[in-house]
Write a protein that binds this ligand. Structure first.
Ligand code: GUN
Length: 278
């Protein structure tokens, strides 16, 4: 029988731990404030931003919401980021991605002060992760490490295969697994004989971006499978990068979609906000 890793429950535990910490910090006279910027009105982004604001309210973090019109220029957005960089009341700055096409995402990310970059996307924080020094780490991979640890899944010495090499998930995920002493292989769209590699994984992380891409032919019997994808299927139901029904019976543990990795991203964003003050 396989374990279904309950991201909703684990994220709730983390949020409750953080809520206690914030109460203690407030007693010392410290407060936490996160600025969330959304440009345009992409419906998925609006849902994510709404959930982030809700999580802040639950934990006791003040959130400042900036909802800017689609036509906002890059210079206007950069000016707001610079203003927030200089505002001592603001501890964290998050610019929701994707941004409209006329804005250079990288220019925006690199303008956020590394000390306020609670997404962990700034080059300084990515570099810190790479060399093993302190810094903010991207929330989704950080959440996956918590899911594994809190589900009793050993990483050290295990073969961890990551499918996907994005800056937000694949690359930081690989570095974090390495930091936990995993033996890490990164696969991507140009990888040859993909299944031969994924079938060697003790821990398989699917961050492909294609619905139900991973079926049972990708998975070694007894592996732990983590699904980072979130898509709508033909019946408008949520599904992941992994075909859960086909894969689950072959695993020792697997995350569902929804209710697996998704809720962890926000919990770890809250974790990063609290660490920015601690
Ligand atoms: N869009 C999708 N995921 C993320 C994330 O983790 N952070 C931000 N800022 N935007 C996103």
């Amino acid at each position: 029988m396989y374990q279904i890793i309950d991201g909703k429950k684990i994220s709730q535990e983390i949020k409750d731990e953080l809520k206690e910490k914030v109460t203690a910090l407030k007693a010392e006279g410290k407060s936490i404030c996160l600025a969330v910027i959304q440009v345009g009105s992409d419906p998925a982004s609006s849902v994510y931003v709404g959930n982030k604001k809700k999580a802040c309210a639950y934990i006791g973090i003040e959130s400042l919401a900036y909802e800017l019109p689609e036509e906002t220029t890059q210079e206007e957005l950069l000016a707001l980021v610079r203003k927030l960089n200089g505002d001592s009341k603001v501890n964290g700055i998050l610019v929701q991605l994707p941004l409209p096409k006329h804005i250079d995402e990288n220019a925006v990310i690199q303008t956020i002060s590394p000390e306020k970059d609670v997404d962990g996307f700034n080059e300084k924080n990515v570099g810190a992760l790479c060399v093993g020094s302190k810094g903010f780490v991207s929330c989704t991979p950080l959440g996956i490490i918590q899911l594994l640890k809190r589900s009793g899944i050993e990483i050290s010495g295990k073969h961890c295969v990551v499918i996907g090499r994005s800056n937000i998930v694949g690359k930081p995920m690989s570095l974090l697994l390495l930091r936990e002493n995993g033996t890490v292989t990164i696969c991507h769209s140009r990888t040859q004989n993909l299944k031969e590699i994924t079938k060697q994984a003790d821990i398989l992380i699917a961050a492909v971006g294609k619905p139900k891409f991973v079926d049972e032919t990708f998975v070694k019997e007894g592996a732990a499978v983590i699904d980072v994808g979130i898509h709508r299927n033909e019946n408008n139901k949520l599904c992941g990068d992994v075909d859960f029904e086909k894969v689950a019976p072959h695993t020792s543990a697997i995350t569902p979609v929804p209710g697996g990795v998704g809720p962890m991203t926000i919990a770890m964003l809250m974790y990063n906000c609290v660490s920015s003050v601690e």
